[in-house]
Ligand binder design. Structure first.
Ligand code: HEM
Ligand SMILES: *[C@@H]1O[C@H](CO)[C@@H](O)[C@H](O)[C@H]1NC(C)=O
Ligand SMILES: *[C@@H]1O[C@H](CO)[C@@H](O)[C@H](O)[C@H]1NC(C)=O
Length: 502
């Protein structure tokens, strides 16, 4: 009897053993995690990282550990990508798996729990919201509808600078360019224009600055659970709550203003008009609430203001440091501009060297050197390494755009490199990705580009730029201020000279 049962028992149990064995073999053969520095228990590598120079620190680590390496930020697994080839893997070939965003406290709070585009997780809601905004807010039709606002504001700035020039004063370009960028965004988004020195204006600037600071602040509880009390002790929660409440009040005022039946309508709809109109549109696949609208307004403020301002300051800084390029780009601009006192958006299409100069600025001085962090939505394999689900992903564009394997003399500011090249920043060429790439690519590229071009072309057309007395070009530096957007730390102050023949 027993001998008859034995084969049966074996038949039944062997496959189980076999499966067990295979499973183990698989686990054994599971691809490794990317290499990286060893961290301490619980805090990982957090204690070694400095938020204000993170991209440089990550650059040094990539030299040691390679173009894909891992870090442990507290309990959060993190990987850092530092080559064009791997950026393509992550942002194109595995775009779907890397289209999440990590949930971080300040971002969650200020985005109405992700009721918007930038910080929403990757889901159906985000897809619809992004589709709606791309069609109605960021479209080329909408962007061109704001051209008279841009023109007016740039002209105002040129007038201000002419005043400085005729009194031989110094122009604080950092201040003017930051102010210009926020004035333009305020008008196109909210239909508001603040007087230069008014208290409403300083309230708005205060709110915007604090928003940027908080977005760039590390809340330790995002990386180590049960440490919320540390953030509380540091007063971070109170600051976040205050900024959120004040911003909420600001958005609400703007919305109420737009719903007032007695409101005088401007010629062009601003973004709040558009969003409120969409709110009443029953054919949309999602019901837009006021919180969604406020979330999108936050995105436009946070993503659209400082980035454009910082880039225009970097461009002027690079030009002052490189007189050869300054001369060449001014010649081109003035050739097309002729005796006109203002270049408009059509004139700018005839300026290849000028456009190459803007690309070169975004290559070396991009405002967001680590882009906006992504998060993996499921486990996947990249370059033979295993990336678990919910891993934070930094793409170090600052390093990628200086990669000596793809860029000749990478540190040199040389717009010529783009003249005979098809490389562009629209997310197809992974050696130049200041706006990211893939599903999450910046939807504001067009708006950023037309603004930057209009501002810079007219600064170069109208004035010659000299260094203030006692300053030499070597004194002008590229030091950056800590924060999510890299601003020039030392303000750029120059002397404008009005061109003699206009
Ligand atoms: C020089 C100016 C700008 C730069 C360098 C820039 C850069 C970026 C980058 C790197 C991302 C993340 C992309 C990714 O994850 O792959 C992003 C996202 C975004 N940007 Fe921009 N941006 C600029 C201007 C603007 C402007 C003017 C707006 C709108 C008014 C805007 C709106 C957004 C939004 C809504 C997102 C989130 C997209 C998403 O997560 O789906 N940006 N931007
Ligand atoms: C966000 O979520 C938290 C916790 O789930 C909730 O208490 C809070 O009211 C939400 N905030 C908004 C603006 O929806
Ligand atoms: C330039 O403007 C900034 C920002 O308003 C200000 O903090 C700075 O003191 C100004 N610098 C000079 C030299 O005027």
């Amino acid at each position: 009897m027993v001998t008859m049962l034995l084969p049966l028992v074996l038949c039944l149990t062997l496959p189980v053993f076999f499966l067990f064995f295979i499973q183990h073999l698989r686990a054994f053969k599971k691809p490794p995690l990317p290499p990286g520095p060893k961290g301490l228990p619980i805090i990982g590598n957090l204690h070694k990282l400095d938020n204000s120079i993170l991209c440089m620190q990550l650059w040094h680590l990539s030299k040691k550990y390679g173009p894909i390496f891992s870090l442990q930020l507290g309990l959060r697994k993190t990987i850092v990508i530092s080559s064009p080839k791997l950026a393509k893997e992550v942002l194109k070939n595995h775009d779907l798996e890397f289209s999440g965003r990590p949930k971080l406290l300040p971002q969650q709070k200020l985005s109405y729990n992700g009721s918007e585009i930038v910080f929403s997780p990757y889901n159906e809601y985000w897809r619809e919201m992004r589709k709606i905004c791309v069609a109605h807010i960021f479209s080329s039709k909408r962007v061109s509808s704001f051209s008279s606002i841009r023109k007016f504001e740039v002209k105002q700035m040129i007038k201000t600078i002419s005043g400085h020039a005729s009194s031989s004063g110094v122009t604080n370009l950092s201040e003017l360019l930051i102010s210009l960028s926020s004035t333009i965004i305020c008008r196109v988004a909210f239909g508001r224009r603040y007087e230069d020195e008014g208290s409403e204006r300083s309230r708005f600037h205060g709110l915007l600055n604090e928003l940027q600071v908080l977005m760039g602040t590390f809340f330790i509880s995002d990386f180590i659970p049960f440490t919320g009390w540390i953030d509380k002790l540091k007063g971070l929660h109170a600051r976040l709550e205050r900024n959120f409440k004040e911003l909420d009040k600001f958005y609400q005022e703007v919305i109420d203003e737009h719903m007032d039946p007695n409101r005088q309508h401007a010629e062009e709809q601003d973004m709040v008009d558009v969003l409120l109109q969409l709110k009443n549109d029953r054919s949309l696949s999602i019901d837009l609430t006021y919180d969604h609208i406020k979330g999108v307004l936050m995105n436009i403020l946070a993503a659209g203001t400082d980035t454009t301002a910082a880039t225009s300051v970097w461009a002027m800084t690079a030009l002052v440091k490189n007189p050869r390029v300054m001369k060449k780009v001014q010649e081109e601009v003035r050739n097309v501009g002729g005796t006109k006192d203002f270049l408009d958006e059509d004139d700018i299409q005839k300026l290849p060297y000028f456009k190459a100069m803007i690309k070169e600025t975004l290559r070396l001085h991009l405002p967001g050197p680590l882009l906006v962090p992504r998060e993996s939505t499921e486990e996947c394999i990249v370059d033979g390494y295993r990336i678990p689900a919910k891993t934070i992903v930094y793409v170090n564009a600052w390093v990628i755009q200086r990669d000596p394997e793809v860029w000749k003399n990478p540190e040199e500011f040389c717009p010529e490199r783009f003249l005979d090249s098809a490389i562009d920043y629209r997310g197809q060429d992974f050696e130049l990705i200041p706006f990211g790439a893939g599903r999450r690519i910046c939807p504001g590229i067009l708006m950023a580009a037309v603004t930057l071009e209009l501002v810079l072309a007219n600064l170069l057309h109208s004035f010659d730029w000299e260094l203030p007395q006692g300053i030499v070009k070597e004194d002008i530096d590229f030091e950056v201020l800590p924060g999510i957007t890299q601003h020039k730390k030392n303000h750029l102050c120059l002397c404008a000279k009005t061109r003699s023949h206009i």
